[in-house]
Design a protein around this ligand. Structure first.
Ligand code: C2E
Ligand code: MG
Ligand code: MG
Length: 639
């Protein structure tokens, strides 16, 4: 039994009074012996009343203690509940009709609404509009049947921002199992959601361009194959690689390289449908996945060819990278797919092969995959592996092709690489230089050529007949772009103590892709700093802009052999040759014609004013011993 606070005091005072009163009576009775005959029963009654009083006192005291303890416990519980209510988790209590009764501070913080603003309202004021009817139907069905709903939902805060929350809503029921209240507890999940999205983005998207990466592409490709199996329509994979990107990246720097890649990504995305996937595999390789093209192969191929050509033109349009205008072009390989006849990996491989074919065919073009190509590509991969060991196994050598002046006197030679493969026999540089360039093996090979040529020049400097000869070596653009290329040449010249004027470097116009200023500075360092000679190889085949030519400090221009070959039959080629010769004279440069095969070509070249020649008419490229024997002949060549 609980006793109210006032009653407790009343009982305490009453029993205290009785107790004290009885003590007084006992004392009086004991003090008056005359009253002794009565005393017996009176003392008994007094003792009894004292006993009762003590009992009552103990009873009241204990009750009072319990009441105080109960009160303390209740206060403690209240304190705990209010602490719990104000924890990190937002809490919202509604009545059975979902009218908000109370919210805590965490609720106010997450939603931005104060308690006054939401009391009496329906929780739908927090709705983001992102969930459909089915979502809420499921929520209510769980709540009504199980009394609880747990899950993730998107809400909108007072400031209009949408946030994600993890929530638990519980129904509070009375003794009759009727729902009297709902308690919703939730935490803000936005940061977690953001982190989750970021992880997803990092795992499936390319950080630079924001395009899907290889992993996501492969995923989508396998879905596309299944879709093609269902709808019986062809799809296509377009593999795109930028031509000369490495050169541009090495020379202009990665910052500009990245800018270019971002721009390419943008152009690709803008050129295809929303449903098509544009992915970046890495480096300068992009893939476009086209689905749902047509049920007819021919029609589907026609559409793809059109799209691929459109992409080629878009990517080949000049780029404005800060103040610089840059040209780039793509090599594009296309592989069609139908149902899931070919695996995802193989499809990608075939599109890649087709892209290589586009590169081999001269770059900046589109090629469709052809199964015969597969063998070519596999052979090529083997070649690359073999080429790696070619230097260490001493399979490379230099052949020398004589160069003559107008008096038909040998004035020098061009050193041309030869590869004696152990099983394949002789492999032409036309077949392996490009592989070397694409695999960066060209740098190692280039070093070897420079070293070998300088050693030869040092030997020639010891002999009367060879002392004056200028030896030309071919330098690939990649080699020239190396930051320490000039130092490298200087070291070789110094190490072999050769006359630098006897070393001629043949460069092609592709070096100019590296940005005019850098190239000119490098050329001047080579020409004036070291003293070597510079010749522009294959002139007429590349961009060959006159303004470029004027700015690049070449000593010599080498007319490409294709013009020399056709100059007798094609008047425009003849005109071209004549113009080149006139122009070099105007610029104060020397000119040499390569690929001279006939007396008629020689005669016409002479007539136009070309005073140096190289070609089969005089000699094919020869091993060094045979070349030196050739020099001993009275009249060189006319083989
Ligand atoms: P290139 O520098 O234009 O070399 C001239 C090519 O024309 C050589 O082919 C040469 O053998 C060939 N040639 C010379 N005279 C005639 C002729 O009268 N008629 C015909 N039809 N051809 C003639 P080769 O030796 O097969 O070299 C091909 C290309 O390989 C070279 O073209 C050059 O670009 C590259 N190359 C050769 N050696 C090296 C090297 O050491 N380093 C680099 N980076 N490239 C090299
Ligand atoms: Mg050459
Ligand atoms: Mg040439």
């Amino acid at each position: 039994m609980n006793i109210s606070k006032t009653n407790q005091y009343l009982w305490l005072v009453l029993t205290g009074c009785i107790f004290v009163g009885e003590l007084i009576i006992m004392w009086v009775l004991n003090a008056l012996p005359a009253l002794n005959p009565w005393l017996g029963s009176f003392v008994d009654a007094s003792l009894l009343s004292i006993f009762v009083a003590v009992l009552m006192y103990i009873f009241v005291f204990r009750n009072m203690k319990k009441a105080v303890a109960d009160k303390f416990r209740a206060e403690e519980q209240l304190r705990l509940v209010s602490v719990a209510f104000e924890m990190q988790e937002a809490i919202m209590i509604t009545d059975a009709n979902a009218k908000i009764l109370r919210v805590n501070r965490a609720f106010e913080k997450i939603t931005g609404y104060s308690e006054q603003e939401v009391i009496g309202k329906n929780p739908s004021i927090l709705g983001s509009g992102l969930h459909d009817h089915a979502f809420y139907a499921k929520l209510w069905s769980d709540l009504l049947s199980h009394g609880i709903w747990k899950g993730e939902m998107w809400d909108r805060g007072k400031n209009g921002e949408i946030y994600s929350k993890i929530a638990t809503i519980s129904a509070v029921r009375n003794d009759k199992n009727e729902t009297v209240q709902y308690i919703a507890a939730f935490t803000d999940n936005t940061a977690h959601k953001k982190a989750e999205n970021e992880i997803y983005r990092l795992a499936f998207y390319d950080a630079l361009t924001g395009l899907p990466n290889r992993r996501l592409l492969l995923d989508r490709l396998s879905v596309a194959l299944s879709a093609s199996a269902r709808n019986q329509k062809y799809g296509a994979l377009i593999f795109l690689d930028l031509d000369n990107f490495k050169t541009l990246n090495d020379t202009l720097g990665h910052y500009f390289g990245d800018m270019l890649l971002v721009e390419v990504a943008k152009r690709l995305k803008m050129s295809v449908r929303e449903m098509d996937t544009v992915a970046r595999l890495g480096g300068d390789e992009f893939v476009v996945l086209l689905e749902d093209l047509d049920a007819d192969l021919q029609e589907a191929s026609r559409k793809v060819a059109q799209i691929a050509e459109k992409l080629r033109v878009k990517i080949a349009t000049p780029y404005q990278l800060n103040e610089n205008t840059r040209h780039s072009s793509p090599s594009i390989g296309v592989c069609m797919f139908y149902r899931n006849q070919v695996s995802v990996d193989d499809l990608l491989k075939y599109a890649d092969m087709a892209m290589y074919q586009a590169k081999n065919a001269g770059r900046n073009r589109v090629r469709f995959f052809d199964p015969h190509m597969q063998q070519v590509v596999e052979t090529r991969a083997l070649m690359e592996a073999d080429l790696r060991s070619a230097i260490t196994d001493k399979q490379l050598s230099l052949f020398y092709q004589v160069q003559l002046d107008q008096t038909m006197q040998p004035v020098g030679a061009e050193a041309l690489l030869r590869w004696q493969h152990p099983t394949r026999g002789f492999v032409s540089p036309v077949d392996f230089i490009q592989i070397a360039e694409e695999s960066s093996l060209i740098l190692e090979i280039g070093d070897w050529v420079l070293e070998t040529a300088c050693r030869e020049l040092a030997r020639w400097s010891q002999h009367e007949k060879t002392r004056h000869l200028v030896l030309a070596i071919n330098i690939s653009a990649q080699q020239f772009m190396q930051t320490d290329f000039v130092e490298h040449v200087a070291e070789a010249v110094k190490a072999h103590q050769i006359n630098p004027a006897c070393l001629k470097l043949e460069l092609t116009e592709s070096v100019a892709l590296g940005g005019l200023d850098v190239v000119v500075t490098k050329m001047l360092a080579l020409k004036h700093g070291i003293g070597v000679t510079l010749s522009l190889d294959d002139f007429g085949t590349g961009y060959s802009s006159l303004s470029y030519l004027k700015k690049l400090p070449f000593n010599q221009i080498k007319i490409d052999r294709s013009f020399v070959r056709d100059m007798l039959t094609d008047t425009s080629d003849a005109m071209m040759v004549k113009n080149i010769i006139d122009m070099t004279h105007n610029f104060g440069m020397q000119v040499i014609a390569e690929g001279v095969e006939t007396e008629q070509q020689l005669a016409l070249l002479r007539e136009y004013g070309c005073l140096s020649y190289q070609g089969y008419l005089f000699s094919k490229p020869l091993p060094v011993e045979e070349f030196e024997m050739l020099l001993n002949k009275d009249a060189v060549g006319r083989v």
